[in-house]
Design a binder for this molecule. Sequence first.
Ligand code: NAD
Length: 353
Amino acid sequence: MLAFTYEALPSRVVFGPDSLDRLPDEVVRLGAEKALVLCTPEQRPTAEDVARRLGARAAGIYDRAVMHVPIETARAARERARDLGADACVAVGGGSTIGLGKAIALEFGLPILAVPTTYAGSEMTPIWGLTEGDLKRTGRDAKVLPRTVIYDARLTLSLPPALSATSGMNAIAHAAEALYSENANPIISLMAEEGIRALAESLPRIVREPQDLDARATAQYGCWLCGVCLGTVGMALHHKLCHTLGGTLNLPHSETHTIVLPHAVAYNQAAAPEAMARIARALGTKTAAAGLFDLATTLSVKTRLADLDVNARDLDRIADLAVQNPYYNPRPVTREGMRALLNDAYEGRRPST
Ligand code: NAD
């Protein structure tokens, strides 16, 4: 019988091409007087445009966001926010920039307005991450959930096709695991299926024509839904394995997700038949795992861990780590199973149908 717990995350979404025009009003709506604009060094010109739009309400720009939020960067950004008297952050960028905003919010409780420019989905989650030395800590805290999110597809036109493709596959991973989550629920499953559908339909169009604004908006809509999935229900094997691989071997985030996803889904295929049927239906394919592999192939992205310069010798160590701290997964996670999965991902084998 149907029984579940569903908790909605409180965030305001402003969606549509040119929605960045609404930024000043949205900052006022947050009650902020001085917003610190955050970005990566590469996205400084976009941040300057954002600061210009904010006029007197811009406290300044902090342009040192990098992958995985090193604690030193977080401390420097917090100091900058305090010195400038900022009472809000506007994070313009992908998961790294929004992650930096979350690090500031975690310490000072400043509201975040996020303007995402990738498909990673961090803007829809209360999950923060901080890296100290080799160790990446993550946690959940309601105060790091961006209060307002502006999705303006124009800002994604510059995202290179390969990064668009892997970032989109990263989003699909959130939805796929939400469908077989320990606390899966019918509302999130609706969003998950629709999110996968929107991305599977739009990503091939983006790779063919990166300036296709309609495809970009559809992908953003999909990644929003997938981000809600990540923020609302627990993830499983795929996310744990990518975290272990990324953290141990310092691999690129979205490319690792893209390569591992078909194999993690194949591992769980028999244990979560309903979820698999929904993933396959959203992809328009016969089976979930092979469908995901074929989508990655269509997008012309890397499908082998060997392509990320992973050394075959490292796979034993990763398999050991993957079974060290038990976590929920629909199929029990065994050392032997992990070793076989990693081998398939290393070789880039198409999962059997
Ligand atoms: P990213 O933020 O690291 O960005 C990758 C690169 O793309 C950067 O150099 C950035 O400047 C550039 N870029 C971003 N948007 C661009 C655009 N529109 N045009 C041109 N260049 C652009 O990449 P990401 O994949 O979005 O984020 C990855 C990080 O986010 C990881 O550290 C991951 O752990 C984290 N993450 C966190 C959550 C969460 O809920 N906390 C969710 C997803 C990802």
